[in-house]
Design a binder for this molecule. Structure first.
Ligand code: SAM
Length: 476
């Protein structure tokens, strides 16, 4: 970095504080964005990247690099050019006071309006307290008028009180001040809200996680993005926002044709035009819709040479929806000729190791080199270890973070990158993988079973005692 370089503060949303792993997803999102824009450490130096805190401090000699990150990030709330920061009020104001005048010059003009925004983290300030804080900056050489709506310059003052809501210190841990540069893309979360989306289902993925997945997959203009367990297409809605052409498949004809029961309690029946295509239209992305087809993922149907740039998917876990594939328990099922046209194929269980073997195999075969597979992998929390994850010699696992779902279950967001084309003997390994569905129900029901057994034992004991008493009284 040369002496033109400046410090920037990246301020992240911290709404999943309870499950820090989701926060990890955010950090991994930034790593993916840096890699997508080929922002190397000589262009952007990360000075502070505290693990569990909602900010990074970085250094760069190009503001446009920071703007590029903001143009894609879902986890980033805003970024500022950092003019001062310190751990106490005196040091903070002293460092702002000695800031070279040249730093203010472009904004210090009678014709240039400004405003100061006061942000606090983990503490609430009243409006009066905020105004008092703003007044402490009266020494700043800002001659323009204050304008609250669309000012020429927005300055941010942030008081950071740590992340422990139960032990908030009296004074802030760190104070920051700087010039606002850009907001992240969090408005997209609102724009794609499931509340207002045309076609949703019980397992539709929320927009924040869908957008994060699209960033993890590095979806960019012109990419072909596929979801082989597409459902209502939430992941593809997010991919299309970043310019991906979308392709989906799902075994459930009724779901794809919106003939299942509506998900909204207020909705009595589904309207005839609900579909993934309708969702694309709703967000002005119809031209990015390639197709969505009914197909069983366990039965390969794509030509070997078919290539996609990214696969993002959330396969069924077998808890809220069935994990099924076309098949029959009979060894040699025969369909009579006259029934063939109207025959609906029977289905059999499609267990998790089998699903992931197919996903990984599919990715190894059909991803472009350097293409990414981003998928959720459900785990039983107390029995998880990394060696349970599927592996393939052509794919490298580059990110793995946890979102806790309940005391028993969580899911891990896995990102794989394809390194090379598969060779003849390359195979998927799922050797240590546990069947989440089986474990989930067995272990969840264990305490219930124990309780029932105890109750049955107690009932039998009471009955025996009662019968003994009856016998004794008749003998007398
Ligand atoms: C967790 S849901 C995906 C939800 C989707 N991400 C959304 O936003 O609506 C899993 C989907 O996998 C589908 N599925 C289950 N078994 C399948 C199979 N053998 N082949 C293809 N799709 C299957 C289900 O019908 C379901 O829609």
């Amino acid at each position: 970095m040369n002496n033109q370089s400046r410090k920037y503060l990246l301020w992240f949303a911290h709404e999943h504080v309870d499950f820090r792993a989701a926060f990890e997803n955010f950090l991994q999102e930034i790593d993916s964005i840096l890699n997508l824009f080929k922002i190397v450490s000589s262009k952007l130096k990360i000075l502070e990247k505290p693990d569990d805190q909602p900010y990074w401090i970085v250094e760069s000699n190009s503001e446009s690099i920071v703007k590029k990150i903001a143009s894609r990030s879902i986890s980033l709330r805003f970024c500022i050019e950092l003019w001062a920061y310190a751990n106490d009020f005196t040091a903070f104001h002293n460092s702002l006071k000695v800031l070279p005048k040249t730093r203010f010059e472009p904004y210090n003009n009678k014709d240039k309006s400004f405003k100061i925004v006061v942000e606090t983290f983990c503490k609430h300030l009243t409006q009066k307290e905020k105004i008092d804080r703003i007044e402490t900056f009266s020494y700043l050489p800002l001659e323009g008028s204050v304008k609250l709506k669309n000012p020429d310059t927005t300055l941010y003052y942030i008081e950071y009180y740590g992340i422990e809501p139960n032990s908030i210190p009296y004074n802030p841990k760190t104070l920051f001040f700087g010039r606002w540069i850009s907001n992240g893309q969090r408005d997209l979360i609102q724009k794609l809200s499931l509340k207002t989306r045309k076609f949703i289902g019980n397992t539709s993925m929320d927009p924040q996680l869908s957008l994060l997945m699209a960033n993890q997959a590095q979806v960019k203009n012109g990419d072909i993005v596929m979801d082989p367990f597409v459902g209502t297409g939430s992941l593809l809605v997010a991919a299309a926002q970043f310019g991906g052409y979308i392709l989906g498949a799902d075994i459930d004809f009724m779901m794809l044709h919106a003939r299942t029961r509506p998900t909204r309690i207020t909705q009595k029946s589904r309207s005839s035009d609900e579909s993934v295509a309708a969702n694309m239209k709703q967000y002005g992305r119809s031209s990015f819709y390639l197709d969505v087809i009914v197909s069983d993922f366990s039965r390969p149907m794509w030509k070997p040479g078919m290539r996609v740039d990214a696969i993002i998917t959330d396969p069924p876990y077998g808890v809220r929806e069935a994990t099924e594939r076309v098949g029959s328990a009979k060894s040699n099922p025969i369909i009579d000729e006259h029934q063939a046209a109207t025959h609906i194929p029977s289905k059999i269980d499609y267990n998790l190791p089998h699903i992931f073997r197919d996903i990984i195999d599919f990715a190894a075969q059909h991803l472009e080199i350097k293409g990414r597979l981003v998928c959720w992998f459900p785990v039983y929390r107390y029995h998880y270890s990394e060696d349970q994850l599927p592996t393939h010699p052509c794919l490298k696992l580059i990110a793995n973070s946890e979102q806790i779902l309940s005391i028993y279950a969580s899911r891990r967001l896995l990102t794989y990158i394809k390194l090379r084309e598969p060779q003849e003997n390359d195979t998927v390994s799922t050797k240590n993988m546990l069947d989440f569905r089986e474990m989930y129900f067995a272990l969840r029901d264990e305490p219930r079973k124990e309780r029932r057994m105890k109750q049955a034992e107690e009932r039998a004991k009471n009955k025996a005692e009662w019968e003994k008493k009856c016998r004794e009284s008749t003998e007398r």
